[in-house]
Design a protein around this ligand. Structure first.
Ligand SMILES: Cc1ncc(COP(=O)(O)O)c(C=O)c1O
Length: 437
């Protein structure tokens, strides 16, 4: 936890040359302030604490940058960040060029906060075909990626002190998004194979619970929740709604929805539960994470859908997103059935998974996303990740996802990076006496 008194206070002033200069007020100032009972801290305690518990993903990524500087880009095998290595489909680039050559009048102006009608209609049509449910443009809000969408949903749903249940291991940013909305995260362990632990979820639901946030295909495990687990979860939620006389919302983060392997079928939670809110994006399926384009969908079967959409639109506006990027909305509208070549990721998964298994790593075979989450052969996942670093392999300790004793490998990288890293994974396995098959 952070030092609430604040070890030092920085104050930045602009010099006459326009440079930012930092002046450090050291011990004497602090002491005087403390004597006067004044706490001098530039930033909020909440943010300060969050910064001190800095993201492990970022930390490893930054250490990797240093290694790359020392040894060269090609000699460092960076599996730290889930940053898609594939290029967007050529059709997207073509449409971008057409828009630049033949601009549409007013295409850079403000628009309805929910986004262009034409884009929402295209998405609604896709969802209608996927589910058979009567989706239309009024059930969709375009957002600044899935991350923006999650913040919008949580702002719209939560009152101060409300709890959101999150199965763990989990994508750590969820905690901050929930806190941004004034709520508290309530973590619930998954089973050893990372499937949903229904008895634990049931135990966690209480009077403060407002929603459960699930992510499938999952970051960091790559696990896909099957139809049966969604049925069991939604049956539980319906029972709890009766018991507590209120509605629990099911938020489904489906940022990796199209990235599934082995012909796995992803359940459609809308069909099992009317109070489902899905958030997704084109960061992964069209490889556009830097362009920040995503959307929220509320089930047409949700009785309060209109009120919910109004709240989401309000949150989108007042959180300062205003609307999702205009150019991107136009470009993704006709691409609803397109995606990058999923098979490419599947081949990378197979190469890495088979290699790790043969070296003796204990790892669940993931059916989606682009992560592997093996067990570390020693308790200390940070120490193990450091051993891999000695082989110039960058991964993230499981504690960065609420699960010490594991580590995450993000394999959205060039195939040759995996090939070149495999001997290092093998040497570390041998060092720790792991026995391959
Ligand atoms: C589980 C999960 N949700 C949301 C996001 C954010 O996605 P976006 O780039 O669409 O904001 C990510 C990004 O890595 C993620 O892994």
């Amino acid at each position: 936890m952070g030092d609430l008194k604040g070890p030092m206070a920085f104050s930045y002033i602009k010099s006459h040359r326009g440079n930012l200069m930092a002046f450090l007020f050291g011990g004497e100032h602090r002491q005087k302030n403390e004597e006067r009972g004044i706490e001098k801290m530039a930033i909020s305690r909440k943010v300060k604490n969050a910064l001190e518990g800095a993201s492990w993903v970022r930390r490893m990524f930054e250490e990797g940058e240093e290694l790359k500087r020392l040894y060269g880009e090609e000699e460092v095998f960076d599996f730290s960040l889930g940053n898609p290595n594939l290029e967007p489909p050529p059709s997207l680039k073509k449409a971008l060029k057409t828009l630049a050559d033949q601009p549409i009048m007013g295409m850079h102006r403000y628009m309805p906060n929910s986004g262009y009608s034409e884009t929402r209609k295209a998405i609604a049509q896709y969802l209608k075909e996927e589910s058979g449910l009567p989706f239309d443009e009024n059930h969709i809000v375009m957002t600044v990626g899935a991350a923006g969408g999650l913040n919008v949903i949580l702002k719209a749903l939560l009152d101060e002190g409300d709890e959101v249940i999150v199965p763990s291991p989990y994508f750590m940013e969820f905690k901050f998004y929930i806190e941004n909305g004034g709520g508290n995260i309530r973590l619930v362990d998954t089973h050893d194979n990372f499937s949903l632990n229904l008895p634990e979820i049931e135990r966690a639901i209480g009077p403060k619970t407002k929603a459960i946030l699930i992510n499938s295909p999952n970051n960091p495990t790559g696990v896909v929740y099957d139809q049966e687990s969604i049925e069991r979860l939604t049956t539980l939620l319906k029972r709890k709604n009766q018991e507590f006389g209120k509605t629990l919302y099911l938020i489904t983060d489906e940022a990796y929805r199209r990235i599934v392997y082995d012909g796995a079928k992803l359940p459609i939670s809308f069909l099992s539960y009317p109070h489902t809110i899905r958030v997704t994006s084109h960061s992964k399926d069209l490889s556009l994470p830097g362009e920040r384009i995503g959307y929220i969908v509320v089930s047409p079967l949700c009785e309060e859908v209109d009120e919910m959409i109004s709240a989401l639109v309000f949150a989108n506006r007042t959180l300062g997103f205003v609307n999702a990027p205009a150019l991107m909305q136009r470009l993704v509208a006709p691409l609803q059935k397109n995606s990058i070549k999923i098979k490419d990721y599947e081949e990378k998964r197979d190469l890495l998974y088979n290699g790790l298994k043969s070296f003796g790593y204990h790892v669940i075979k993931p059916q989606g996303a682009f992560y592997l989450f093996p067990k570390t052969p020693i308790e200390d996942d940070v120490a193990f990740v450091k051993e891999l670093q000695l082989k110039k392999i960058l991964t993230v300790p499981g504690r960065g996802f609420g699960k010490p004793g594991y580590f995450r490998i993000a394999y959205a990288v060039e195939t040759r990076t995996i090939e070149k890293a495999l001997p290092g994974f093998k040497e570390v396995a041998q060092k720790f006496g792991m026995i391959g098959n």
